[in-house]
Write a protein that binds this ligand. Structure first.
Ligand SMILES: [Zn+2]
Length: 164
């Protein structure tokens, strides 16, 4: 008896295996806390989609900001798919773009609570430098980060918002 010939490409099998062992489970990590643990993590798997984990000891406001931020990553995962998400995050520019969108949602929340937009903008640019540098390929300087953040978050950095 002959088995039907399989037509699944080897690269696809490899990709799925990598995803299953977590190598391609795109770790979307934000807010490194003191001590090295994380406030929230979104993993983006092929087929399964986003899987999220949160630190349950966060204060209410910190938990809300973290969930707002990670919700954007979950949406990116669903919209782009895990493979595109992974390859976008490999590059510093791609990673900065996706993180800017997540930080933007979080920032608008903070502004709605009364935070000063320009101060939030500056803090996020600093955090973005930490999130992206050394974790992906390519170089973006501080001015480049500001530019990406301005483009991805026009609400926060709209002309007319007073400088810090
Ligand atoms: Zn993030």
């Amino acid at each position: 008896m002959r088995l039907p010939k399989r037509s699944i490409p080897k690269w696809l099998v490899l990709l799925v295996l990598l995803a299953e062992v977590g190598l391609l489970g795109v770790a979307v990590v934000s807010h490194k806390m003191e001590g090295g643990s994380y406030d929230g993590v979104t993993l983006c798997y092929p087929f399964r989609g986003p899987v999220q984990m949160f630190d349950s000891t966060l204060s209410d406001s910190a938990a809300m900001l973290t969930r707002t931020h990670e919700a954007v990553h979950a949406r990116q995962c669903r919209e782009m798919g895990a493979v595109a998400n992974f390859f976008t995050r490999v590059t510093t520019k791609g990673r900065l773009r996706l993180e800017s969108q997540a930080y933007c949602a979080q920032a608008m929340q903070e502004v709605s609570w009364g935070a000063k937009p320009s101060a939030v903008f500056d803090r996020i640019v600093e955090e973005l430098a930490e999130v992206a540098i050394g974790r992906s390929y390519g170089k973006v300087d501080a001015a480049g980060i500001r530019e990406i953040m301005t483009r991805e978050c026009p609400g926060l950095s709209a002309p007319g918002s007073p400088p810090a």
